[in-house]
Design a protein around this ligand. Structure first.
Ligand code: FAD
Length: 311
């Protein structure tokens, strides 16, 4: 058994494990894929103090930093079930899909999230070649260009407002017959001169020239007609889904969106179980935030362990 077991090997998990190892606690990390979402990222320009890096490079740097410490790293392990300790200070258990299980007095859950995909032709092919998911990350790459935002909920409309300040033109595309975002966001969006809104529109394809995106096709759900828009970028904003399905029925509190409820100390409702990064209710999902949150969760785990002896 470990004193601290971290589930998830993205920025939040790596940061948490380094912090608890530095406190001298026996620490393990189990992750389905070390590196997490960073592995799917091309250019990263907002990891402060590093003006430019690339996803796989940052993921390697995370792993190397983890290797500097006596941390038991277990890759390709998918957690399936959490069995909380029966008493405060006791051992929690995590059961994995392959049937193995691990125990620790403190857990740090950092299983991240995934962007919901459109699932249309061209989306996967042009990912990072015009198809993007994070306006805070990739917005500046489209300076002076034409983009579409798919999704008229709060995140889609926020993205459109954000991008309209940077790019030449934004087309917001919503499947439903009206936008679902808050009125104040609607009003702001309508006040911007370089935004078109198209409702009742089903995106059917992202097109490209083999190298990068050059357009988008959608079907007008009322007339049935297909239309084409020429553009250079497509931001998909139809939801960020936390990887927390495995925690249902464990007694751990999740929001109705599936995010792990944490307080300002990264504590969950279960004593000794902490959580950090995109899987949680932390506002804004970014690498630098996930790392900060991971270190916070680790310091809270330290506080917990020095106050609660093993039973
Ligand atoms: P993740 O990175 O999602 O890591 C989760 C970890 O948990 C992974 O190791 C995963 O394999 C593991 N896991 C999941 N489920 C299980 C399970 N059941 N059992 C075991 N392990 C599990 N942010 C920026 O700041 N700048 C950028 O430029 C940027 N660009 C991005 C580009 C793309 C294409 C994407 C997808 C995201 C981008 N982000 C960017 C967001 C950033 O990657 C995330 O905010 C950050 O990775 C979150 O870190 P995390 O550790 O919370 O979760």
């Amino acid at each position: 058994p470990f004193e601290v077991l971290v589930i998830g090997g993205g920025p939040a998990g790596a940061s948490a494990a380094i912090y608890t190892a530095r406190k001298g606690f026996s620490t393990g990390i189990a992750a389905e894929r070390m590196g997490g979402q960073v592995m799917d990222t091309m250019g990263i320009e907002n990891f402060i103090s590093v003006p430019y890096t690339e996803g796989p490079k940052l993921a390697t740097a995370l792993e190397q930093h983890v290797k500097e410490y006596d941390i038991d790293t277990m890759n390709l392990l998918r957690a399936d079930k959490l069995i909380p300790a029966s008493e405060t200070g006791g051992y929690h258990e995590v059961v994995f899909e392959n049937g193995a299980s691990l125990k620790a007095r403190s857990l740090i859950l950092t299983t991240g999230a995934r962007w919901r995909n459109l699932g249309v032709p061209g989306e996967a092919e042009y990912r990072n070649k015009g198809v993007a998911y994070c306006p805070h990350c990739d917005g500046p790459l489209f300076k002076g260009k034409r983009v579409a935002v798919i999704g008229g909920g709060n995140s889609g409309v926020e993205a459109a407002i954000d991008l309209a300040n940077i790019v030449a033109h934004v087309t917001l595309i919503e499947f439903d017959s009206k936008l679902r975002a808050d009125q104040v966001l609607h009003d702001k969006l309508r006040s911007m001169g370089n935004v078109d809104v198209i409702v009742s529109a089903q995106t059917t394809e992202v097109t490209g020239d083999g190298e990068k995106v050059n357009g988008l096709e959608y079907k007008d759900r009322e007339s049935g007609e297909t239309h084409r828009i020429e553009l250079e970028g497509v931001f998909v904003q139809i939801g960020l889904v936390p990887n927390t399905e495995w925690l249902k029925d464990s007694g751990l509190e999740l929001t109705r969106f599936g995010e792990i409820e944490i307080d300002s100390h990264a504590a969950t409702n279960l004593p000794g179980v902490f959580a950090a990064g995109d899987a949680t209710t932390v506002p804004f999902k970014q690498i630098i935030i996930a790392m900060g949150e991971g270190s916070k969760a680790a310091l809270s785990a330290f506080d917990y362990l020095i106050r609660h002896e093993a039973p």
